[in-house]
Design a protein around this ligand. Structure first.
Ligand SMILES: CSc1nc2ncnc(N)c2[nH]1
Length: 156
């Protein structure tokens, strides 16, 4: 039994806009993503989210709130990806392009779902309504969801 792979995903908001990043290399390249990555040994999940946000966007956020928990299974890979989703509207600095990401603010009513991970359209409605959510999604490859179950929850 392999332990879940712990990952973070940060989506900053400044209503009516949301900050996304165009992934320039590696996993998810060519898609608008949230900011995030792996949790390193010895750091809390929230600290990892703060660190990855800073590394990928140059923004500092000391006010991250966990709003979602998404578990991904990729057919053929026994390791479940456990993605902890955070948000905030209280951060410092200007989003800057890095080697990893090209940040861009989007109006919440025109989110580029066709250039994002397919799962996003399942949980963004809960996220944009300020609700907490939990989901389990099974991918076949990087584009096809073969099974999914996403719901609003009271607590993560
Ligand atoms: C592996 S599934 C996944 N969905 C995502 N949505 C938004 N940003 C990401 N980095 C995402 N990864």
């Amino acid at each position: 039994m392999v332990a879940n792979k712990l990952l973070t995903l940060v989506l900053l908001r400044q209503a009516p806009r949301i900050l996304l990043g165009m992934k320039k290399r590696g996993f998810g390249v060519g898609r608008w993503n949230g900011f995030g990555g792996k949790v390193e040994p010895g750091e809390t999940i929230k600290a990892a989210a703060r660190r990855e946000l800073l590394e990928e966007s140059c923004l500092v956020c000391n006010d991250l709130k966990e709003v979602g928990l998404l578990k991904f299974e990729f057919l053929g890979n026994p390791q479940i990806w456990e993605v902890h989703v955070f948000t905030s509207n209280n951060f410092e600095g200007e989003a800057k392009e890095t080697e990893e990401m090209r940040p861009q603010w989007f109006e919440e009513k025109s989110i580029p779902f066709d250039q994002m991970w397919p799962d996003d359209i399942l949980w963004f409605p809960h996220f944009l309504n300020g609700k907490k959510f939990s989901g389990y999604i099974v991918f076949e490859g990087m584009d096809k969801m073969v099974k999914y179950d996403v719901e609003e929850v009271e607590s993560i």
